[in-house]
Write a new protein. Structure first.
Length: 200
């Protein structure tokens, strides 16, 4: 392989590392500010759309395995962000619904990384979008990445593991305190925007 091709290979790998790093940093911010990993926020936002889903349906919608979703839900239920219950006619079927606290957390959390990507992608012409898709698919095929189980979401792992090492164990009290402070700040900002109803 000549030097020119090696340079191109290095540039491609550097671009891929930038993408991976962007996902990692976004996941770290979520954990630090909200005590949520990317996949946890994905589930909360999906439940915010539907309010109630079976575990199986939720797993299909977010393209994660049933076992992974069950583990994430367990963590969210501990923090009272979701609740699970069994249906009366089929005790084997577990339904999940988002709590009021979960709704507020999902509404106040930052947008998912892929939301920004979708917005920017929509600004491109059709031929540019197709070119990006074919290029990324070819890279995935060359790296045999298409064999790995994943979903259409730009998030870190459900446990918070990233390439540079695991995130520090989550301090539940600190995470809840940080989230409450952000909710209170949002409420104060909303109250200031509301026009006064007092008579002159």
């Amino acid at each position: 392989m000549d030097l020119k091709r090696l340079d191109i290979c290095d540039e491609i790998l550097t671009a891929l590392r930038h993408i991976i790093r962007a996902v990692e940093l976004h996941s770290r911010r979520l954990v630090h500010d909200y005590g949520l990993t990317g996949p946890q926020l994905v589930l909360l936002k999906e439940l915010l759309r539907w309010e109630e889903l079976s575990v199986g349906d939720l797993a299909k919608k977010v393209s994660l395995s049933h076992a992974t979703v069950t583990d994430i839900l367990r963590r969210l239920e501990v923090r009272q962000l979701v609740q699970r219950s069994r249906t009366g006619h089929d005790r084997r079927r577990v339904l999940v619904h988002i709590t009021e606290w979960g709704k507020r957390t999902a509404q106040n959390a930052p947008s998912l990384l892929q939301d920004r990507f979708v917005t920017e992608l929509a600004k491109l012409q059709d031929w540019e979008q197709s070119l990006i898709l074919s290029s990324v698919q070819r890279i995935a095929s060359m790296m045999q990445a298409e064999r790995l189980p994943t979903g259409p979401t730009l998030v870190g792992s459900s446990t918070g593991e990233v390439a540079d090492g695991p995130i520090e164990p989550l301090d539940e009290k600190r995470a809840v305190t940080n989230a409450k402070k952000k909710h209170e700040a949002t409420d104060r900002a909303s109250a200031k925007k509301q026009p006064s109803t007092d008579c002159e």
